[in-house]
Design a protein around this ligand. Structure first.
Ligand SMILES: [Zn+2]
Ligand SMILES: [Zn+2]
Length: 402
């Protein structure tokens, strides 16, 4: 049985009014909600670091010195994996202090736990996470990082020599941290102690931090070369990454570049033991010429190597730099035949113009010319720059004298 027509109209009218009100309310809500935020939240995105690899090897970007709340850091371990992935790293080592845990009233002492948490997060991101510890002692020997540990808790012993022995027993790679740290040097002098010789002789010192955070230690650079230690460059970061490094503005933490046979923890360890590393910090690369030279050469694409110079005219050469590194070229010697800039920055990811002009309008014929530059931000020794010779085939066409 149907309702009387009048009742029907009344109901219909009420429903219509309700519907109109509901629509108005939801319209207000739908207007309000998207206007709360003016932009999308920060995207979970990785920024690749393009650095070519020497022949047969792969260049891995690594930071082997990182702290978390499990010692004196201010960050939960999983965040360390996220930060590293976003910054374009391949591997990190979690290296909390064994002897110093200022947060232990809130975060219980467990020397393996920070690694376990970071490793789980790293595995989801295809980031290699290495188990490490910082053996934190007064100078000498100062602070030592032991990485590729199997059980960090075994390093919690009173005597530092016993901690080193325990790390060695686990097959660890051991390096001297921040040898020039102000708090552990006297009168500004960075010293190599008998204890370091002793460690070196017993095969218990494999590497040295040439760079720690924002500091470069020329002494450590020299020792690495003289004593055949692996060069490292690490952040030693305690704060959230973006508090110490303006990563959104192109700044980055210092990195150890490892030239490994493949992208795996075992290959990393092998490469570190064989000293196949370079330092990448503050826009500089520091390392052996055998690694820096191919990185530089492979970064560049010179679009026109065959050029013709008519008299004193100028020709523009396009040089593309496909890497993420900026190369700061400085002329090593003037040339008789051509005029070239004294300085030239080959910016990463850009194509730059090199202006070559003739010097002598009477020159005639084809010849090979090598433009003798050096790369001021690629160091093959303290204050020693990578030579970079840009090769060209130049045909000189004389022009009549006016
Ligand atoms: Zn330290
Ligand atoms: Zn540290």
């Amino acid at each position: 049985m149907g309702l009387p027509a009048r009742r029907m109209r009344l109901l219909f009218g009420l429903d219509m009014r309700k519907a109109i009100i509901n629509t108005a309310v939801s319209a207000c809500l739908s207007l309000a909600a998207p206007n709360v935020f003016s932009h999308e939240p920060v995207t979970e995105a990785r920024t690749p670091i393009n650095i070519p690899s020497p022949a047969g090897l792969v260049t891995l970007k690594c930071d082997f010195h990182i702290h978390t709340v499990f010692s004196d850091g201010l960050v939960w371990p999983s965040v360390r994996a996220q930060e590293a992935w976003r910054e374009g790293l391949d591997a990190i080592a979690i290296t909390d202090h064994i002897e110093y845990q200022p947060h232990k009233a809130d975060v219980s002492t467990n020397h393996n736990r920070a690694y376990e948490i970071a490793q789980k997060s790293g595995a989801e991101l295809d980031l290699l996470v290495i188990r490490g510890s910082e053996i934190t002692r007064k100078m000498p020997p100062g602070h030592l990082n032991a990485i590729f540990l199997t059980n960090a808790a075994a390093l919690a012993v009173s005597n530092w020599q016993d901690a080193v022995t325990a790390a060695l027993g686990q097959g660890a790679f051991i390096f001297w941290n921040h040898p020039g740290w102000e708090a552990q040097i006297t009168n500004g002098i960075v010293r190599w102690y008998a204890e370091h010789t002793q460690l070196l002789e017993q095969g218990a010192l494999h590497g040295i931090e040439v760079v720690n955070g924002r500091e470069y230690y020329p002494e450590a650079h020299r020792w690495a070369i003289e004593k055949k230690l692996t060069m490292l460059s690490n952040s030693d970061i305690h704060s959230p990454l973006n508090m110490d490094y303006h990563t959104h503005a192109g700044d980055r933490r210092p990195l150890t570049l490892v030239f490994a046979r493949e992208r795996s923890a075992a290959a990393l360890q092998e490469a570190l033991q064989k000293r196949r590393t370079a330092v990448y910090a503050d826009g500089r690369l520091i390392g052996e010429e055998q690694y820096l030279a191919p990185i530089f050469a492979q970064s560049l694409e010179i679009k026109n190597r065959q050029i013709t110079l008519k008299g004193k005219q100028q020709v523009l050469v396009q040089i593309a730099n496909h890497s993420s590194l900026d190369y700061e070229l400085a002329l090593a010697a003037e040339l008789e035949q051509v005029k070239i800039p004294k300085k030239l920055v080959l910016a990463g990811g850009k194509t730059v113009l090199l202006r070559i002009a003739g010097k002598d309008a009477s020159l005639k014929g084809a010849r090979k010319l090598s433009l003798p530059y050096m790369v001021k931000n690629l160091l093959i020794g303290p204050e020693k720059y990578l030579p970079a010779n840009l090769e060209f085939d130049i045909t000189f066409v004389p022009t009549p004298a006016k």
